[in-house]
Design a protein around this ligand. Structure first.
Ligand SMILES: [Ca+2]
Ligand SMILES: [Ca+2]
Ligand SMILES: [Ca+2]
Length: 256
């Protein structure tokens, strides 16, 4: 056998090889041991003296190394008991996971990061993909304040101090690959949240008849207006006055 040749594509490898055999009428069997617990067997018709097989490595075993050497074993047998072998070495590189994250809780009001009042719950919903499906993974979420890391890919959090924070999901695989996803939030006091919501609502209400999009925007703004009773600056009375004012304007603009 004249060895083999490999060519890599994303996440997979194609192994091609050929051999000489004067017995042109012999059928042959090619066995390829990928050294990852899997093997392929090819039944070749007489006069066929080449082969090609594609394989995807789902892990660069052993763990804790970013790349590993695999010695692929190739054996060709004819139907008369004759055989030959060859070895092809291949470096399999780990591919880092790809992380993504969505936030539930903050409201998009105007430009900039989505807004959330202090003490309001934010849920970070993380996910990831990894070509190396046999890898194991660990996830953490940092909230950008002094609170401890959440040791999972999805978690809830509330802020006590206004400011702009970066929430970061980090996913690490067992071979050192790291994927991250970031989202910013603007944390405001409940009092400021009411002012922001009031401005957004009044601005929308002054635009005449409201379409579904405007109604949806008002609905989102109202999620900020819902009582944040834990903040002593926000009172039910303030919320009631705001609701009465905006509802009156909303109805007036909707009936024009
Ligand atoms: Ca490894
Ligand atoms: Ca990986
Ligand atoms: Ca691994």
């Amino acid at each position: 056998m004249r060895g083999g040749r490999t060519s890599r594509t994303t996440g997979s490898v194609t192994l091609s090889g050929c051999f000489d055999d004067p017995g042109l009428l012999d059928p042959r069997t090619v066995t390829i041991d990928c050294r990852d617990g899997t093997s392929s067997t090819l039944k070749l018709q007489p006069a066929i003296a080449s082969f090609s097989v594609t394989h995807q490595y789902l892990d660069d075993d052993p763990t804790a190394t970013p790349s590993d050497l695999f010695s692929i074993g190739i054996k060709v047998d004819d139907d008369d008991g004759g055989s030959d072998t060859a070895v092809v070495t291949l470096i399999v590189n780990n591919v880092a996971p790809v992380a993504s994250m969505k936030l539930s809780g903050p409201a998009a009001v105007g430009g900039g990061p989505p807004v959330v009042p202090t003490y309001d719950l934010i849920e970070a919903l993380g996910s990831f993909t990894d070509i190396g499906t046999k890898d194991t993974h660990q996830s953490t979420i940092s909230w950008g304040d002094a609170s401890p890391l959440a040791l999972q890919k999805s978690a809830g959090h509330s802020y006590v101090t206004p400011g702009i924070y970066t929430i970061r999901l980090t996913v690490t695989d067992d071979d050192g690959g790291v994927g991250t996803s970031n989202s910013q939030v603007k944390v405001v006091s409940a009092e400021d949240a009411l002012l922001i919501a009031r401005d957004a609502l009044l601005q929308l209400s002054s635009r005449g008849n409201l379409n579904q999009s405007a109604k949806a925007a008002i609905s989102r703004a109202w999620t900020i207006c819902v009582a944040r009773r834990k903040d002593r600056h926000t009172t039910a009375h303030q919320i009631y006055l705001l609701k009465a004012t905006t509802t009156r304007r909303w109805r007036r603009s909707n009936t024009r």
